[in-house]
Structure formats: C-alpha cells, structure tokens
Ligand binder design. Structure first.
Ligand code: HEM
Length: 212
C-alpha cells in the first residue's frame, strides 16, 4: 500500500513538472479553453476555431491573483515574440501587446493585431482577475507566434505579483517576472465548433492599449 501511494504521488509530481495545459471552462462566459494554471494563481487559456487553415484569430484568457501583472509569449521565448501583458487597475483591466529584442521591460508592439474585450469573460472578484479577449490577426507567420497549423505548441508565461509602476497606462514599464517558464499547449484540443459564437461576443469599443 505504501509503495502504491508513493507511486501515485510520484505520478502526480511528474504531471506537475511537465507543465501542460488542460481543458478549463470559464464559469461566467462558458468558453472552454486549453489552460495552464500556475501555483501563484496565474492562468492562461486559449480557444481556437475548428478549422486552422489560414486562421489568425485566437481567444485568450489570462489572469492572476492580486494586483500584479500576467504575461504570455505567443511564441514561447521572451525575445522576438509577440507578447501580451495584462494587469488589473482598480475595477478595470489594462492590456497591451509588447515585443522586445532584448531582456528588459518590453515596449508596446504595433501591428495589425488587436485585442477586443469579451466582457462576460472579464472580471475582477475577491479571489482573482480574468481578462478574456479576441486576439485578432494575432497568429503570425514570421515566427513571433505559434503557427495556425501547429497541433501543439510551447507558450511562455511570466508574472510578477507587484503592480506595474504606472498601472493606469497600458504602456507602463514592468519589473522583471518573479516566475516565468514554458508550457505545452495541445492546440487540437483548444479548437471548438463554438468559436464563432464566442468570437461574436467581442465588443469593438476596446482596442489594444485600452483600459476596459
Ligand atoms: C523588466 C522586465 C523584464 C526583464 C528584465 C526580463 C528578463 C528576462 C530574462 C533575463 C530572462 C532569461 C531567464 C531569466 O533570467 O529568468 C527572461 C525570460 C523570460 N521572459 Fe522576461 N523579462 C521581463 C519581462 C517579461 C515580460 C513582460 C514577459 C511576458 C509578457 C516575459 C516573458 C519571459 C519568458 C516567457 C521567459 C522564458 C523564456 C526565455 O528565456 O525567453 N518577460 N526574461
């Protein structure tokens, strides 16, 4: 019995170390994501349309606990990747695209990509904050993000429990992450026939570098 228990615990530890995403349905929006959750409360989820051919859209949910920032590299590494950075500011969420060629607080990235708020999946409550958005034209072909046709990918996550220096400003600099790493996402499992329905919930009033 003791041996069996040891084996079981060993198995769970291996699973945790592998850092893979798992299915997660948001209680408010009912959107089902492939999501990764970190012990700090940080989480990151992706939802994709059924047909990956030529697709450039992805629905992202990102969040955490407290007032610090949460970030994702849509390619895996920090450098030369399309990054998304988000944090709570009072009762609002501030989101931006970032990119950097060197390690340091990444500057705002501009391009055709946009973030459009999905309001029923964005909230701040007593336990955590959640920002859900349609990332439009976000899947690139230049290696700065995962490829539309990929069946699995590695994404980068980063977070700091300290709030950015100027949290009302989407372009604020941030302090270096206190945790960061890479996570494997099964993109086939992230695909859903309901994507078009969820995508239609995105409200165009909110653009990149916004405050919702
Ligand atoms: C002042 C801000 C930042 C500094 C100085 C910084 C610096 C670094 C450094 C030196 C590394 C190499 C490993 C390590 O030392 O931990 C790293 C890794 C990483 N960073 Fe940052 N970073 C910053 C902000 C960010 C942000 C905002 C994101 C995401 C939105 C991010 C995502 C990552 C990821 C995913 C890795 C692991 C993969 C890799 O090594 O490229 N970083 N960062």
């Amino acid at each position: 019995m003791t041996k069996l228990l040891t084996l079981l615990v060993g198995g769970i530890a291996t699973l945790a170390a592998a850092q893979t995403a798992a299915p997660y349905t948001d209680a408010k929006s009912n959107i089902t994501f492939q999501a990764y959750q970190h012990t700090t409360g940080y989480f990151l989820g992706l939802a994709l349309p059924n047909d990956p051919t030529g697709n450039t859209d992805v629905i992202v949910t990102i969040g955490g606990k407290g007032t610090g920032w949460s970030g994702v590299s849509l390619a895996g590494p920090m450098k030369n990747a399309l990054l998304v950075l988000a944090w709570p500011n009072s009762q609002a969420i501030v989101g931006s695209f970032r990119k950097t060629a060197q390690y340091g607080s990444p500057l705002i990235a501009t391009g055709t990509f946009t973030q459009t708020l999905i309001a029923n999946g964005t909230y701040i409550n007593s336990t955590h904050w959640t920002y859900t958005f349609l990332c439009s034209k976000c899947i690139q072909t230049d290696g700065t993000t995962f490829a539309a046709s990929a069946n699995t990918t590695v994404l980068g996550y980063a977070l700091n429990s300290a709030a950015p220096s100027n949290k009302a400003n989407a372009a604020s600099s941030v302090s270096k992450h206190t945790s960061r790493g890479q996570v494997t996402f099964d993109l086939v499992k992230a695909r859903s026939k309901d994507f078009a329905t969820w995508k239609a919930w995105a409200t165009p009033k909110v653009q990149q570098g916004f405050q919702a």
